[in-house]
Design a protein around this ligand. Sequence first.
Ligand code: NAD
Length: 497
Amino acid sequence: MVPTVGHWIDGQEIESTGESAADIFDPATGRVTGRVALASPERVVQAVDAATAAFPGWRDTSLARRTQVLFAFRELLNARKEELAEIITSEHGKVLSDALGEISRGQEVVEFACGIAHLLKGGMTENASTKVDVHSVRQPLGPVAIISPFNFPAMVPMWFFPIAIAAGNTVILKPSEKDPTTANWLAELWAEAGLPAGVFNVLHGDKVAVDGLLSNPGIKAVSFVGSTPIAQYVYATGTAHGKRVQALGGAKNHMIVLPDADLDLAADAAVNAGFGSAGERCMAISALVVVGEIADELVAKIKGRTDTLKIGDGTKDSDMGPLVTKAHRDKVASYIDAGEKDGATIVVDGRTVQADGGADGFWLGPTLIDNVTTDMSVYVDEIFGPVLSVVRVKTYDEALALVNSSQFGNGTAIFTNDGGAARRFQNEVEVGMVGINVPVPVPMSYYSFGGWKNSLFGDTHAHGAEGVHFFTRGKVVTTRWLDPSHGGINLGFPRND
Ligand code: NAD
């Protein structure tokens, strides 16, 4: 009998009765290690009711006190992050150092939110009209929902909830059902940090939970991160129900290497960005676009590096762990099969990997495929696995056209020593996050994270100033204190004299 991860509602984990549940796997062994409750429509209402009841008290809690709770949360997270990394590795499969990396990137947003007082300051104009003052404020929205993917169970929720909570909203986090335990661990940490019950809730589940949140009038805004078809659905459904929605979708990130680039630097970057976290990153590089005559040399350098990678259990001394589920592992492997059938050259074949882990783990090694053409499914689709496709082109213009014709526009990178070429690229490329000799250009917390085209639905990116904007709404107050000189009837439109 394995334990069941229950919902966290109104300050406590509640026992799940009468609901369905899903298995949680350890990807390194293939074993079922737990179950997670899947919310019924009634459970969704219970969570929204808790977040709704907690909202007025939290909204009216002073900014000073709210910030103190944020600081306490940051201190606890920083002190106990190894504990959280182990949970992430046990359910997601990524290696411990990678899990710690995602926690620290999430922690940066907590630190950003600790300074939210500065960003919540409004403007004030004295005597805008005669004896009339005007000031603006930004106020919280109410209960908001965060729906997150499996690949960053800590970082992606932390792109949103520190800012939402610091701004005075209450939160329902609906994490991925594949690695749900992180969310409850974070909920316990909030309680320890002094956050009042009901301000941060965790609702586990699948489409039923998501649909319940999208249609519930109590939810005022939705931050979603996941695959493009679901992001599109969440955006359309949430906005149709009158909600503010930001829905971050999938990706297919290109790295362009120009002939003048440092090829050792480019090879290191391609391996790190292609195979880190087994390619299960929305900012992973999956298409390497090599310009000119350098392709043979670069492919050889990448192959040499790939051959030395250690694949195994994330708790051991491995560079890369397993994929998240058996179904996902098999789907990624089927893209390699398709690439081979379509005539691409399999330079490194991850299907035959010998991993240092359980015999039934969801293993797939790093895979390097050369001579990929743009009509192959291995190039067109988001694969979300350790598969790096090399596309050979003759010119910069051809390379740029490839990136710009993709349906996705999340991240991209260019490797070159030519400042002029890099500058031209950053201007011309239709992608939200650009790296120049940086393969995974994830913005700092005080900038905003988000892609273009089918990588983001909505107009607000995550965290930074845009995150504060998303979780607040503006109000402008015009004030005149009573004064006998203001008397008199005038039905005309108010003018400022
Ligand atoms: P997913 O779309 O399968 O799931 C995301 C969330 O949606 C989960 O909470 C899941 O429970 C829920 N969901 C799944 N099916 C649903 C349905 N039919 N209706 C409503 N909700 C549903 O994504 P995933 O496999 O967990 O994560 C990987 C995807 O996320 C990749 O496409 C990746 O590119 C994307 N991603 C994007 C970013 C970004 O910033 N753009 C960041 C991380 C991950």
